[in-house]
Ligand binder design. Structure first.
Ligand code: ANZ
Ligand code: ZN
Length: 841
């Protein structure tokens, strides 16, 4: 090869065009080859790809390219999760149209992805904001409705009384609307729900079969589904009403010292009707956040109603409180409180001076041990509890449930944390929910032949609220059933619906249906899904639910969408900042603005020091980012890709470093020089190098299949060193050809360039993975330690399995051994075959 430097600025684009011209990565559903579906979570088109995308997509790309080399027909698609709030925010802030803003971002990001040389089938590109996608989603939504899996119900939303609009949870900051600053109220609105709870048990059981999912993700899903078993039972209140409570710890019933209801509980409402102080307290509760997490951390607050509940066993009077930490939509919205063994109850009892009783102890002897400032939620033996004293927690649970059931005041009950999925959003930039409200007929599904229900283009963002609701004409339609005047639903779907089935549409996208089940069956389930841990719960649970729901209604033949899941670590970097003297806030500087010496760092602009902060996830707000475009322009796509795979195991964080990327760029050149040594005319055999080559092929294959990319990279470094050291031979040329193929999924541009320069026909992208000769995988030589009187004097490299007499003879023949014996009489020779010879003199 004549050129002695590889020039990515020339080569990268050339090969990207070559792949496109050859349609190298177009997946053929009708191919007779075995199929492999490799998928990375599709991005939100925010405007620019970030380094996390680069890492995620590089991993998927290496696997996809590798699978192609192994003879698979590979589906490796890309698309855009294109609906959502940022587009509407941009519309409000910059006066642009959400559609224009989104499509422009998609074009930019697509160009960025192309510059990284990803082996993607762009012919299957999807943007969820286009009617050909969301129209099919509307069709599926109607199918789920027909099957009884979609329904409407009243539900609380965050209502901004000034902007007169519903707010998403993220738009409520410290209880106030993010734009108006007004105190947010909880309002009841009729909303659309998907019946995910019908599948709660199924979704839980299914986790057991997902062997190739990270345990932590499965655990998070399990907790989210939250199956709990306990007792629902009745107290009789002093006002004559019954009070139903739910507890997972019936074993602690003798430790109850008060009962409590949620602010929206009917009993609380009843009290408030005749008591202004109670009404005020309930209003106060409603101002806080709505989420369980917010309630969990909020200060415990209560209102004593003066009502008394009789303890079912002891007859003791328990006061009834309205309490802010009791949720209306869990269990019965009412609890028996056991301060000794529940931390929330403990905090509450401490604040309001209520008894804290011990009913579980480490042993019966510790029945009166005081609490050390906190509740004891653990296991133990039951104490101070009458007929259940001495039982274990589990025995006592069963005993109390048995007693309640036989006496008729309660029953064992399973309760789920999982709630039905509220999918209504009062926003413009989402999939219109395909229903019509008719005064005469009620709720009427849009007939399928009238789909898609397309978003209007002419919308106004100058005033807050839902533009669909305000649009002068869009919502007015004739009722499909009676022909009378009717109105369209103006809610749109949660964008998580869009991402719950996109992987199906990638595999099959007919114009007239959401997908073709037979074509789907060829590709699904996804063989390897790769994405961020931040999607461990919602996206992955919703996608599992949609797949099950579609199976349930007979649309598809499988329940789990993703056979293997991998969650990659983040790309991190230290931060640089100074505290602003005026407002005391930190001002951040990007790595490019800073000169990082040995210990400290100075701002290039003024030469004065900046503070070096922790190594954390790259984020725009902390300015500790590198721009993918910039580094690709500077080092070439292959060096960037190589860096994303090197050093850190893929599930761990990857610290970005200038030295690291420069090392990668140097290795690209080093490989290029190695390829320069490729010589098909070379002759002669180098057995040791052959073995190294074949062992590397086998090991790299194993590593890529296990997604241990950093290990694969390390092995390629090793083989490169072995080639460097080897003398010219046919073996060395074979090794060079092999390393080119092994590195090609990681450095596809360099590989193509070298392949072409070596005069090979076709593209490396279409080449097969090198064959392994199993005979070369076993080491046939061993190193033997030769000791004289227990001291190492020499080592011998001999054929494996060499018999004892030969080994002994070779050892005694060693010059070093003879020198150390110095004429002494050999008394005994101990031989451990393949390991050691010890000569006793
Ligand atoms: C008595 C008790 C004693 C409780 C004890 C816990 C520990 P999990 O396990 O998450 O399902 N609870 C029930 N309904 C509630 C509601 N609507 N809002 C807030 N808390 C509620 O939680 C069930 C436990 O949470 C129940 O068991 C109940 O407190 C409380 F040592 O009852 B327990
Ligand atoms: Zn009608």
């Amino acid at each position: 090869m004549s050129e002695n430097r590889f020039d990515p600025s020339q080569a990268d684009g050339r090969w990207q065009h070559a792949w496109e011209a050859a349609q190298s990565f177009k997946a053929d559903s009708n191919s007779p080859k075995p199929k492999s579906y490799v998928l990375e979570m599709f991005p939100y088109p925010s405007g620019r790809i970030h380094i996390g995308h680069v890492r995620n997509y590089t991993m998927g790309d290496v696997l996809a390219r590798y699978k192609r080399m192994r003879g698979y027909e590979v589906l490796h698609p890309m698309g855009w999760d294109a609906f959502g709030m940022p587009a509407e925010n941009a519309a409000m802030e910059k006066g642009v149209h959400p559609g224009g803003w989104t499509r422009e971002n998609i074009a930019n990001m697509k160009a960025q992805l192309k510059r990284l040389g990803f082996a993607l089938d762009w012919s299957r590109e999807i943007a969820t904001c286009e009617p050909d996608y969301y129209g099919q989603e509307q069709a599926l939504f109607l199918d789920l409705y027909a099957a009884g899996l979609v329904y409407r119900k009243e539900s609380a939303v965050n209502w901004d009384p000034v902007d007169q609009t519903v707010l998403a949870n993220e738009q409520v900051i410290d209880g106030r609307g993010w734009r108006s600053g007004a105190l947010v109220e909880k309002r009841k609105l009729s909303q659309w729900f998907l019946k995910i709870t019908d599948f709660a048990q199924d979704l839980l059981d299914g986790l057991g079969n997902l062997e190739n999912w990270p345990d932590k993700v499965k655990l998070m899903q399990e907790n989210w589904i939250g199956k709990s078993q306990g007792l629902q039972f009745r107290f009789t209140l002093s006002n004559g009403e019954p009070l139903e409570v739910y507890t997972t710890r019936p074993d602690t019933i003798f430790g109850a010292s008060f009962v409590a209801v949620a602010a929206d509980h009917p009993i609380a409402q009843g009290v408030a009707a005749g008591n202004p102080a109670a009404a005020d307290f309930i209003a106060l509760c409603k101002q806080g956040g709505t989420t369980a997490a917010e309630l969990e951390t909020a200060d415990k607050l209560g209102f004593d109603t003066g009502i008394i509940a009789k303890h079912p066993f002891t007859g003791v009077d328990l006061p009834l409180y309205i309490a802010n930490f009791v949720l209306m939509d869990y269990g019965t919205g009412a609890i028996m409180a056991v301060p000794g063994h529940d931390q929330r109850d403990f905090d509450f009892a401490t604040k309001y001076g209520l008894p804290i009783l011990r009913v579980v102890a480490e042993s019966a002897a510790e029945a009166d041990k005081p609490f050390a400032g906190e509740a004891e939620a653990g296991d133990g033996v039951i104490v101070n509890s009458g007929f259940i004293d001495g039982m274990s927690v589990a025995q006592a649970k069963a005993a109390i449930i048995g007693r309640a059931e036989s006496e008729g005041w309660g029953q064992g009950k399973t309760v789920w944390r999982l709630r039905d999925w509220g999918v209504s959003r009062q926003r413009y930039w989402g999939t219109p929910i395909p229903f019509i409200h008719c005064g005469a007929c009620g709720i009427v599904p849009v007939p399928k032949d009238q789909l898609p229900v397309v978003l209007p283009e002419d919308v106004d963002f100058a005033t807050p609220g839902n533009p669909l609701l305000r649009h002068p004409t869009w919502k007015h339609v004739d009722c499909p059933t009676c022909g009378g005047k009717a109105e369209r639903e103006t809610d749109t779907l949660d964008t998580f619906v869009d991402s719950s089935w996109y992987f199906l549409r990638f595999a099959s996208q007919p114009a007239d249906r959401p997908f073709d089940p037979e074509e789907l069956a060829k590709w699904l389930p996804v063989e390897q899904y790769i994405g961020g841990i931040e999607h461990a719960i919602l996206h992955l649970l919703y996608a599992r639910f949609w797949t099950r729901a579609l199976q349930h209604i007979g649309k598809i033949g499988f329940a789990e969408p993703f056979a293997s899941l991998f969650t990659q670590g983040m790309v991190t970097h230290e931060t640089y900042s100074r505290v602003d003297a005026q407002n005391g806030q930190p001002v951040y500087f990007s790595p490019a603005e800073v000169d990082r010496g040995g210990d400290g760092a100075v701002l290039v602009a003024d030469g004065a020091p900046v503070e070096i902060g922790r190594v954390i996830k790259m984020s725009k707000s902390k300015k500790n980012v590198v721009d993918p475009d910039e580094i690709v322009a500077r080092y070439g796509a292959d060096a960037v890709r190589w860096f994303m795979l090197s050093d850190s195991p893929p599930e761990r964080d990857l610290p970005w470093s200038e030295a690291g990327i420069e090392g990668c760029a140097r290795f690209v050149q080093r490989l290029w020089r190695l390829f320069g040594l490729y010589d098909t005319a070379a002759s002669g055999e180098d057995k040791a190098l052959d073995r190294k080559t074949h062992q590397t092929v086998a090991a790299v294959a194993e590593d890529i299949e296990a997604l241990s990319f950093n290990k694969a990279v390390a092995r390629i470094y090793e083989l490169a060193s072995a080639i460097d050291k080897a003398a010219p031979s046919a073996s060395r040329s074979a090794a060079i050809r092999t390393i080119l193929l092994l590195a090609s999924p990681m450095m596809p541009h360099l590989a193509e360039e070298a392949w072409a320069q070596a005069g090979h026909a076709g593209l490396v992208a279409d080449a097969a993975w090198p064959e392994v000769d199993p005979a070369l995988l076993v080491e046939d030589e061993v190193t033997i330690a030769v000791q004289v009187k227990g001291k190492l004097r020499d080592t011998l490299t001999v054929a494996k399995g060499l018999p004892q007499p030969e080994l002994e003879a070779l050892a005694l023949a060693s010059e070093k051994v003879q020198r150390s014996l110095d004429g002494a009489q050999v008394r005994k020779v101990i031989v451990v075959p393949d390991r050691l010879v010890n000569i006793v003199a």
